[in-house]
Write a protein of this length. Structure first.
Length: 189
């Protein structure tokens, strides 16, 4: 089947089925990665908000099958209500960690356990959307390509890049073992 690129190429049933399959596959991968890092509760509860109406309805509406529905919604509307809902409820997103300090919105450091979940999330998303073409370098390359690292807290950006670089150069097992060691022994990442 050819890759469909426009939301209207799918029937409603295909969008619902496709989106739910993507979410279930993604959550299963994040759960596996979080468990490898010793983050059992986060592995079990990761992205449960994706089943809420505020996220599920727009995600089905803007489903394309090869990237996040939020990206398509942002292209069409300039923002994504589903994404705003999601990042505001999930502590593993760096953009959750902004606060108004001294009259100015500033990034604050992500706690290590949520940063580790974020790494697991990024790797799982790359695996889901890249499929068989996935490599251990994908999450690092995506991180370096985006400008997020310039607006997240510099400590968060440095730690995230360090772990993603570890995945790229040494593989998941080594990176997850490092994270697990740090998390379980209360050592900063």
């Amino acid at each position: 089947m050819e890759k469909m690129t426009h939301q209207s190429d799918y029937t409603l049933f295909q969008k619902v089925r496709g989106h739910l399959k993507t979410v279930h596959t993604h959550r299963a991968l994040v759960r596996k990665h979080c468990f490898a890092c010793g983050l059992y509760q986060q592995g079990l509860t990761h992205d449960l908000s994706k089943y809420s109406p505020g996220e599920l309805i727009p995600s089905i509406r803007y489903y394309q099958g090869f990237r996040s529905p939020y990206s398509y919604e942002k292209e069409l509307k300039g923002y994504s209500m589903g994404w705003l809902h999601h990042k505001g409820r999930n502590l593993h997103h760096w953009d959750y960690w902004y606060d108004l300090l001294g009259g100015k919105w500033v990034p604050i450091p992500m706690p290590d356990r949520y940063l580790a979940e974020s790494v697991c999330d990024r790797i799982a998303a790359c695996k889901v959307y890249n499929g068989n073409a996935y490599t251990d370098q994908d999450a690092l390359n995506y991180f370096l390509k985006k400008n997020d690292r310039y607006i997240m807290h510099e400590e968060t950006a440095a730690k995230m890049e360090k772990i993603l670089r570890m995945v790229a150069e040494q593989g998941e097992d080594a990176a997850f073992a490092y994270v697990r060691h740090c998390i379980t022994n209360h050592i900063p990442l």
